[in-house]
Design a binder for this molecule. Structure first.
Ligand SMILES: NC(=O)c1ccc[n+]([C@@H]2O[C@H](COP(=O)([O-])OP(=O)(O)OC[C@H]3O[C@@H](n4cnc5c(N)ncnc54)[C@H](O)[C@@H]3O)[C@@H](O)[C@H]2O)c1
Length: 344
C-alpha cells in the first residue's frame, strides 16, 4: 500500500462534512473522487472542501475510474449493502456510516464478504470517541466500583425532524438506539445475550411509529443493561449521549453524557443506611480526538497497522444485533435471545 491512501467518497449529504473535514486534514489521504446520485451534492462538497477530484453519479464507474484503496460509504442505510459489498469485491476497504446495514441478513453477508476477501469494513460509532465516555468506561474496566452488575441509560430528547423518521415504524430503536447500545457494550465490556423490549408511542407524540421504548438486556458476566428512551420528551431532557448509571459490587458511577463522570463508595460501611459517600471525579485524557475525527483516525491508523479498528464490522454487528433483537422482541411481545438472530 502506498503511503497515501486513495479514498473515494460515496454519498455527499449532511454527514459527509464530518468525514471530509477529517480526511482533508490528513496528509496520508488523497481524495480521488466524490459520488452522489445528485451530482450537485458532490460538486458542492468539491467546492466547499477545495478539492480537485472528479465527481460522479455512477458509483461503479467511479470505482473503475479511480481505483481507490478505501471507499467511504455515507449513503442511506438501505444502500449500504450494495455500496459495501461492491467495494469489497473491487478490492477496496470500506469505512462507512452507521448502521452497519439495514437488515441482519445484509449485515451477515457484508461481514462474511469482508472476511472472505480479507478486506476491512469499519463502521462509524462516534459516541465511543468522547473523552468523558472513555473516562466512564475506565471506571468500570479498572473495577473502581468493584464488579459490574448493572448499567442503565436514559435518553430523553425532543426531536422534530420531519421527513422519514416521522413516518417510520421504530424511529427511536432503529435510527438512534444503535449509538446507545454500542455505548453500552463499550462501557460494560459485555456482549448481549437477550432482550425484552416494549416500544410505545405516548400521547403527545408527533411520530407515526413508536418514538419511545423500554428495554432490558441480559449481558455476559451477569450484567443487566436497561434502556429508557424517547424522542418525544417535552422537558427534563438528557444529552444525546444519554444519562448513565453503573452499579458495582463496591460502589456506583454516573455519567450525564456531557461532563466528567464520577463514582461513589460508602465511607461508613457499618451503618444500616450509609449516609456518607466518597465521590471521585474521573477526567482522563487519552489523546483521542472527539467524535467522528477520533473514529475516522482509528479506522485509518488501524488499517495502516494491519489490525482491526475498534469499530470493525465483526464486532459492530453485535451492536446491530441488539437493535434488531429489540425490534423483534417488541413485535413478538416476548424475550428474544440474540443467538436467535446471529451466531455470536
Ligand atoms: N454518526 C452519526 O452521528 C450520524 C448522524 C447522521 C447520519 N448518520 C448516518 O449517515 C448516513 C447518511 O446520513 P445523512 O444524514 O448524511 O443523509 P443525507 O440524506 O443528508 O445524505 C445521503 C446522501 O447519499 C446520497 N445517496 C443515496 N443513495 C446513493 C447512491 N446509491 N449512490 C450515491 N449517493 C447516494 C444522497 O443523494 C444524499 O446526498 C446514514 O447511514 C445515517 O444513519 C450518522
Amino acid at each position: 500500500m502506498n503511503n497515501k491512501l486513495r479514498v473515494l467518497q460515496v454519498g455527499c449529504g449532511g454527514i459527509s462534512n464530518n468525514w471530509l473535514t477529517t480526511l482533508k486534514g490528513r496528509e496520508d489521504i488523497e481524495i480521488v473522487g466524490l459520488v452522489d446520485l445528485d451530482e450537485n451534492n458532490a460538486i458542492n462538497k468539491r467546492n466547499d472542501f477545495n478539492l480537485t477530484c472528479d465527481t460522479y453519479t455512477d458509483f461503479e464507474k467511479a470505482i473503475a475510474d479511480t481505483t481507490p484503496d478505501v471507499v467511504i460509504d455515507n449513503t442511506i442505510p438501505e444502500i449500504h449493502h450494495r455500496i459495501v459489498t461492491t467495494s469489497l469485491k473491487a478490492d477496496c476497504h470500506v469505512f462507512g456510516e452507521k448502521p452497519l446495514a439495514d437488515t441482519m441478513e445484509n449485515a451477515i453477508d457484508m461481514v462474511k464478504t469482508a472476511d472472505k476477501l480479507n478486506k476491512s469494513y469499519s463502521v462509524m460509532q462516534n459516541r465511543r470517541f468522547l473523552k468523558d465516555i472513555r473516562s466512564f468506561q475506565s471506571i468500570i474496566e479498572k473495577q473502581m466500583i468493584g464488579e459490574l452488575g448493572f448499567i442503565g441509560a436514559s435518553f430523553y430528547i425532543e426531536a422534530h425532524f420531519g421527513g422519514f423518521r416521522d413516518i417510520m415504524d421504530s424511529p427511536l430503536i432503529l435510527d438512534m438506539a444503535i449509538h446507545t447500545f454500542d455505548q453500552a457494550r463499550f462501557i460494560s465490556g459485555c456482549d448481549p445475550i437477550s432482550v425484552y423490549c416494549h416500544e410505545f408511542n405516548p400521547s403527545g407524540s408527533w411520530y407515526k411509529g413508536n418514538a419511545s421504548a423500554v428495554c432490558i438486556f441480559e449481558m455476559t458476566d451477569n450484567v443487566v443493561f436497561s434502556y429508557n428512551g424517547s424522542w418525544c420528551a417535552k422537558g427534563n431532557l438528557t444529552s444525546w449521549e444519554c444519562d448513565w448509571r453503573a452499579m458495582g459490587s463496591d460502589g456506583a458511577a454516573r455519567w450525564d453524557g456531557k461532563s466528567a463522570p464520577w463514582y461513589e463508595k460508602p465511607s461508613d460501611t457499618q451503618n444500616m443506611f450509609p449516609a456518607e459517600y466518597e465521590r471521585n471525579i474521573i477526567d482522563n485524557d487519552d489523546n483521542y480526538e472527539e467524535g467522528h475525527a477520533g473514529c475516522i483516525n482509528d479506522m485509518i491508523d488501524s488499517l495502516k497497522k494491519g489490525i482491526p479498528s475498534q469499530t470493525d464490522c465483526k464486532d459492530n454487528i453485535k451492536s446491530l444485533a441488539m437493535v434488531m433483537a429489540a425490534i423483534k422482541s417488541s413485535k413478538e411481545q416476548r424475550k428474544v435471545y440474540i443467538n436467535e438472530i446471529i451466531d455470536i
